[in-house]
Design a protein around this ligand. Structure first.
Ligand code: ZN
Length: 437
């Protein structure tokens, strides 16, 4: 009896032995202001909220993360500069989030307003202003759940400068992704049982994280809108990402070794948000309705009729046609990444154009010698090298003309601003009356 008491006392004084504790990470990315379900009836904030709450009910080891690009994509977001989206998303119960490139679409001061509005911490470790100060209040946050200390380090793609414009970013810029995250991982390691990277990053950057960063055992990402079908993993490390537009909620269940500070096992699943099978969360539905009513009168006016569905690559060509015809330019170019929605078959509303072109991009025109026209613009059509041609593009393409998805050239000047692209597109559709003849 005596001996037993002693051994128990010794045990209590001994350093904490390694423990296996469970952690469940629910996650979203690239929700893009899709307050209402999509054409395929997936998504919608009230339905996403309902699925989140169902998955969280009775869960004692759950956290909920968002990997950026909450705003931009619908009239509510464009007209009110994203703020209602942040307000409604407060009902989701996020534990933490990172910023996406599209958070900056309304200028960097508005991102400060988003961060003030969010009822959860927003962390991005590699985003700084001109004075070198961190843009978010903190690079990481330590969440405690199920007696686990989970350090969530946020990160932004190094491509931010070409995904946004200097007019919107001013002196806000990214710091090197791997080096910066590595620095904070070393700093936080002693205070945490697990480090999770929450990152708005591209495919090659995801690969770099997975292949070169053993200090990151778990990564939750976004930016690419197609979800992974299976989690990516390397040497026991795991990276997950779901579909954008609120079509899916991710659920990553981990067993974490608190001594190794790494998962010993995990399972991941993508949970569909099917609005035909879920009861919407009433409080969220009320807010969505309120904001949709605000914009309905402005955007639900009939515009034209489409005889068939146009996929995004076809919509790009429609836009280029519209740019040529509306501006009288010889050539036009639209970057595919800037086409944010399809054209459905049937009656089109002005809302469809808002969804295709949510950005307040302007149309700009320049005059160039045939020999200076980029190959992506002429597309094999014959031009005379010394003749002058006009070219219409968006101001985004003009500002980022060097990037692979734009003109792949530099030094082209587009001095003639002919107005908002969305207005131009609406005029063109309205005049056409029927699309797809
Ligand atoms: Zn993005």
């Amino acid at each position: 009896m005596f001996r037993r008491t002693i051994s128990l006392a010794l045990l209590a004084c001994a350093p904490l032995a390694a423990e296996i504790r469970s952690l469940t990470i629910l996650h979203t990315n690239d929700v893009h202001a899709r307050l209402l379900p999509l054409e395929n009836r997936n998504g919608g904030f009230a339905y996403l909220a309902a699925v989140i709450r169902r998955e969280r009910a009775g869960c004692t080891d759950c956290i909920l993360l968002n990997a950026g690009d909450l705003v931009q994509g619908t009239p509510v977001s464009t007209i009110f500069h994203g703020l209602p989206v942040y307000q409604i998303a407060n009902l989701f119960g996020y534990s933490a989030a990172t910023l996406g490139n599209h958070e900056f679409d309304y200028g960097w001061p508005q991102v400060r307003t988003f961060m003030d509005t969010a009822n959860y911490p927003v962390v991005t470790a590699n985003l700084a202003n001109g004075a070198g100060r961190l843009f978010t209040a903190k690079p990481y946050v330590i969440l405690t759940v199920n007696q686990l200390r989970v350090a969530v380090i946020g990160a932004m793609t190094e491509d931010l400068n070409i995904l946004s414009t200097s007019k919107l970013l001013e002196d806000v810029h990214t710091l090197p992704l791997v080096e910066t995250v590595r620095k904070y991982a070393a700093e936080v390691r002693g205070q945490a049982d697990l480090i999770v990277l929450l990152a708005h990053i591209t495919g090659p950057e995801e690969q770099r994280v997975l292949e070169t960063m053993p200090e990151i055992p778990v990564a939750v990402t976004g930016h690419i809108h197609s979800g992974l079908t299976e989690a990516m993993s390397r040497n026991g490390r795991v990276l997950v990402r779901v579909k954008g537009y609120g079509e899916e909620l991710g659920r990553l269940e981990l067993k974490v070794d608190t001594e190794k500070k790494a998962p010993v096992s995990w399972t991941w699943k993508r949970i569909p948000v099917d609005s035909t099978r879920v009861e919407p969360a009433a409080d969220v539905a009320r807010e969505v309705q309120r904001w949709e009513d605000e914009v309905a009168a402005r955007v639900d006016r009939p515009l034209a009729v489409s005889k068939r569905r146009f996929a995004k690559a076809e919509v790009k060509r429609l836009i280029e046609q519209a740019l040529c015809q509306e501006t009288g330019a010889n050539f036009a170019f639209m970057n595919l990444g800037g086409v944010r929605d399809i054209v459905p078959q049937g009656q089109l509303l002005e809302r469809n154009i808002w969804n295709i072109m949510p950005f307040d991009n302007r149309v700009v025109v320049g005059t160039f010698k045939g020999r200076d026209l980029p190959a992506v613009v002429t597309g094999g059509r014959k031009v005379e090298p010394d003749r002058e041609y006009t070219l219409a593009v968006s101001d985004f393409t003009a500002a980022n003309q060097g990037s692979a998805e734009n003109l792949r050239t530099t030094g082209l000047k587009f001095p003639n601003d002919v107005g908002l692209m969305r207005d131009l597109l609406m005029d063109w559709f309205r005049k056409k009356k029927t699309i797809g003849d």
